[in-house]
Design a protein around this ligand. Structure first.
Ligand code: SUD
Ligand code: ADP
Length: 299
């Protein structure tokens, strides 16, 4: 059995509309996921036991046990096909850890695809999607990528009609934010006054037209006030992006990464340089979207 490598992208939520908390503890969402060209790679190689190694930025913060979503993905797939989960999973992190860009979910999706191939399981896409949804709300999107509308807790997906390629700058923070803590803060700030989530027509129109200026104006994230409340410094990051001339700026998902939209690649570089020299963030990354979801690159 030859090793299998799968490349998987990060995401940014172009819209994140958060409804009330459901009885199961999740919030009803309408979100527009957009996959961007910051990637993790997961290699599944033959091994006597299931083990995991991680390299790259933030690797020290990534769990090597069942806390790792990729490990859980491999176990879940093995149970589904009725075999022992034997594989060495090696993760190369290019997606910021705990940054609101769904790196753990991406690795889970990549591990499903890689182990499916390594173990010759041959599960159809719909079954992989069901396993993905069991692992986490963001995992199904990492399988498909592109630009898609997520409903339910984020796991029910419909591809969005989107035209064009968008250029982004991401401002990365020193320390991550916990997703459950940000949802809790959102509830506290809204004091139970949440309306049902709705898709933004302005955003859908902007995506159909492929006009980055319109998209920049339409970006919206209901978790942003909560992320700013827990990390007030992010206001300075958003202001710096605006001053640098971004078409729009937003906290990515539950944060603390901030995403800025540029007119084109050269404009993205200008914004990245301005953000770097402003000193408000640890580092910056340029990326474009949409890109496809988890795909095998080598075997
Ligand atoms: C906020 C978002 C936006 O895409 O992403 P991140 O910023 O974390 O990347 C997602 O909703 C995160 O999805 P994901 O990280 O997969 O969450 P899960 O593992 O399913 O759930 C982790 C926890 O987040 C909260 N949660 C998640 C999804 C949801 N619709 N409602 C919630 O309240 C719950 O507290 C849950 O226990
Ligand atoms: N493969 C993984 N890569 C990164 N973090 C992981 C992974 N598996 C589990 N985690 C845990 O998930 C937490 C959230 O990380 P991540 O998925 O990168 O961010 P976010 O939920 O903000 O998008 C991390 O603090 C880490 O403890």
């Amino acid at each position: 059995m030859a090793p299998v490598t799968v490349r998987v992208p990060a995401k940014v939520n172009l819209q994140l509309s958060v409804g009330p908390e459901r009885p199961d503890g999740y919030h009803e969402l309408v979100t527009v996921f957009h996959a961007v060209s910051l990637f993790d790679e997961v290699t599944a190689a033959p091994s006597d036991e299931l083990r995991i190694t991680v390299e790259g930025e933030g690797a020290a913060e990534v769990p090597l046990d069942d806390g790792n979503l990729a490990m859980r993905a491999a176990r879940l797939l093995a149970a589904e096909v009725g075999i022992d989960p034997r594989a060495h999973l090696h993760i190369r992190k290019g997606i910021p850890v705990a940054g609101g860009m769904a790196g753990g979910s991406a690795d889970a999706a990549a591990a499903l695809v890689a182990c499916d191939e390594l173990w010759h399981a041959g599960l159809p896409a719909e079954r992989l999607h069901l396993l993905a949804a069991e692992l986490g709300s963001d995992v199904p999107f990492a399988l498909i990528g592109g630009t898609a509308i997520g409903t339910g807790r984020g796991e029910r997906l419909t591809p969005a009609l989107a035209r064009g390629r968008y250029h982004w700058v991401f401002a990365l923070a020193d320390k991550g934010l916990s997703t459950p803590a940000v949802y809790r803060e959102c509830d506290r700030l809204r004091a139970g006054q949440a309306s049902p989530p709705v898709v933004s027509e302005a955003l859908m129109t902007a995506l159909r037209s492929g006009d980055p200026s319109a998209l920049g104006r339409a970006l919206c994230n209901d978790l942003q006030p909560a992320a700013l409340s827990l990390r007030p410094h992010l206001r300075l990051v958003l202001e710096a992006g605006e001053e640098a001339g971004a078409l729009g700026g937003i906290v990515s998902g539950s944060g603390p990464t901030c995403a800025f939209l540029a007119r084109d690649e050269a404009h993205a570089l200008d914004i990245a340089v301005a953000l770097s020299s402003s000193g408000v963030c640890r580092t910056v990354r340029c990326a474009h979207g949409p890109v496809p979801g988890a795909r095998m690159v080598r075997r």
